[in-house]
Design a protein around this ligand. Structure first.
Ligand code: PEP
Ligand code: MG
Length: 570
């Protein structure tokens, strides 16, 4: 059986299904009678948790995991923690678990509201500490990764990072969780540790101890593996390892006939800042600013935004960083941005639509970007543009922002490039007119597919209909790319997931896309795939696809071409 979920951590893994149930009982909300007993139970839970962390620290060699565990331990040995929880128990006459919950929730909120990125990120660690102390309070025997001695895929309703605090990672071949997304703490950790992970899987479909296969590249978990399938999977894993080795030295995306393509990264995640210099990326093709606005109780101020943009731009040594203005709304909500109730939030009051109605708020965000443009090669991109009027209105506010900075003698790049996301079909259809107004396009297929095929991108019931090889979608993409070709200094990129799809890459190289912007972990892989193609030959091949009428035919032909060109890497 093939279960489709959310792709989180790349790579392939095969192992026994191991449930690590980290689900905790419901917090007891009743009045407690024996408060001293509760205080003792809490103190014991804290001592046990500290002991666990000490044992983990002693066994770890990975410095990052070690410092993460040390942070966790230090939170628990702080002198005030026991007293503070004791006070909560006495004040509220509550059970220890509620007091632990209240104590840590306050800490989490305080950290999340700080303007210090490092501490903000720590809020996620405090959630894991809360989980550990509560497990000790309930006397739940936690899964201990140190005891593993065979390959496993860890499965949980809601995975926590505690399960990965081990030196024994070699046995962890994958992580499957029902809850959590790409940007959850555990998601980020599995990605940075290189562990394949797929979330959003209904774990009722999995059986303990059954050998299962996880494909983090496609977001698939496979069960009921027969012998033939197992042979195929093992071959796939071996090729993937070979590909990983070849990727170590990859620098550029140069085709066999010597055409150079740009491969940039999509980011916005502060934890990725340090990795920018380690990856051979050609720039940032999409900086998702909304990450800086979410999980806050008040809007981030101009100085904070400026510092973040500047820190990323400075790491790029002159390579381009495209900053997308706030793409809020849809499924991304902030407590301080009142979008109101909507029947169709994805078709609603979001992104540029909200910003154009809140000009001062928008202007602040633009000023932060402009100020950072004095420190790097920054471009501005407007999301969810559906008309030329919107571009013009946004540009008027941009001009005001520039004027204000000039009045205050603040430096910025006066010729900053301005582009739009092409993610609404109307814009793709009139791309030849839109390009006259902007410096570049970035095709957002994540939304373009959803809007042009009327398939909600987050609805698992219809995910089979979500197809970027739909001939109608391909025509919109082609129209968008073609529109830019008249202009020598304008360019067209793609920042939707299609740009990282091995088959999508063939189509896009053939259609003449200039820039691929993908998850930071897939930059090298995309470069490798591009470098296995001959541009001229791919263009000819893609021409032959343009009149095919079904996804099946198009995908079938692309797959055959991929087998020929990518060989064992496909
Ligand atoms: C897109 O729509 O393709 C895109 C890259 O933006 P997001 O996924 O943030 O909507
Ligand atoms: Mg989008």
């Amino acid at each position: 059986m093939e279960l489709l979920g959310i792709k989180v951590g790349n790579g392939l893994g095969l192992g026994k299904c191991l449930f690590v149930d980290t689900k905790l009982p419901n917090i007891n909300q009743e009045i407690a009678t024996n408060l001293n007993e509760e205080i003792t139970k809490v103190n014991e839970a804290i001592v046990k948790a500290i002991k666990d962390y000490e044992e983990i620290i002693a066994s770890l060699t990975d410095e990052d995991l070690k410092s993460l565990t040390e942070f966790n331990k230090n939170v628990l040995i702080s002198p005030s923690i026991k007293k503070d929880i004791e006070n909560i128990i006495n004040d509220k006459k509550c059970f220890g678990d509620l007091a632990i919950d209240i104590y840590f929730n306050n800490k989490i909120k305080q950290l999340e509201n700080l303007d210090n990125n490092y501490l903000k990120e720590r809020a996620k660690d405090v959630k894991d500490i809360r989980h550990k102390v509560l497990s000790k309070y309930y006397n739940i025997v936690e899964f201990n990764p140190d005891n593993l001695n065979e390959d496993v895929i860890l499965v949980s309703h809601e995975m926590t990072a505690n399960v990965l605090l081990t030196d024994n990672l070699k046995y962890i071949k994958g992580v499957v969780s029902e809850l959590g997304g790409k940007t959850s703490h555990i998601g980020i950790l599995t990605t940075s540790l290189g562990i394949p992970s797929v979330f959003g899987i209904d774990i009722k479909n999995l059986k303990a101890n059954e050998l299962i296969f996880i494909d983090g590249n496609k977001g698939i978990v496979e069960t009921d593996l027969n012998e033939n399938r197992l042979i195929q999977i093992k071959e796939k894993i071996a090729s993937e390892l070979e590909l990983e080795k070849e990727l170590e030295d990859i620098k550029e995306a140069r085709t066999l006939d010597n055409y150079l393509f740009e491969v940039s990264a999509n980011t916005g995640d502060l934890t990725e800042l340090e990795r920018i210099s380690d990856i051979p990326l050609d720039g940032i093709g999409l900086f998702r600013t909304e990450f800086l606005y979410l999980n806050k109780t008040t809007p981030p101020n101009e100085d904070y935004l400026f510092e973040v943009y500047k820190s990323f731009a400075s790491k790029l040594n002159g390579k381009q960083m495209i900053i997308r203005t706030l793409d809020i709304g849809g499924d991304k909500k902030c407590p301080y941005i009142d979008i109101g109730e909507e029947t169709n939030p994805f078709l609603g009051y979001r992104a540029i639509r909200y910003c154009l109605d809140h000009q001062e708020f928008f202007k602040t965000s633009l000023k932060a970007i402009l100020r950072a443009s004095a420190f790097g090669n920054i471009a501005i991109m407007y999301p969810m543009i559906s008309s030329i009027e919107e571009i013009r209105q946004a540009n008027l506010i941009l001009e005001e922002a520039k004027q204000e900075l000039e009045n205050n003698k603040i430096n910025f790049n006066k010729n900053i490039k301005v582009g739009v996301m092409v993610e609404i079909p109307a814009i793709a259809a009139m791309a030849d007119m839109v390009i006259e107004e902007v410096d570049f396009f970035s095709i957002g297929t994540n939304d373009l597919v959803q809007y042009s095929t009327a398939v909600d991108r987050g609805n698992p019931k219809i995910s089979k209909l979500y197809e970027w090889f739909n001939p109608g979608v391909i025509r919109l993409i082609k129209n968008t790319i073609d529109a830019t070709k008249k202009y020598e200094h304008k360019f067209v990129g793609m920042c939707g997931e299609m740009a990282a799809d091995p088959l999508g890459i063939i189509l896009l190289v053939g259609l003449g896309l200039d820039e691929f912007s993908v998850n930071i972990n897939t930059v090298k892989k995309v470069k490798k795939y591009i470098s296995l193609l001959n541009k001229k030959e791919t263009e000819e091949f893609v021409k032959s696809l343009l009149n095919l009428k079904t996804v099946k035919e198009i995908e079938g032909r692309l797959s055959k071409f991929a087998e020929e060109k990518y060989g064992k890497f496909y």
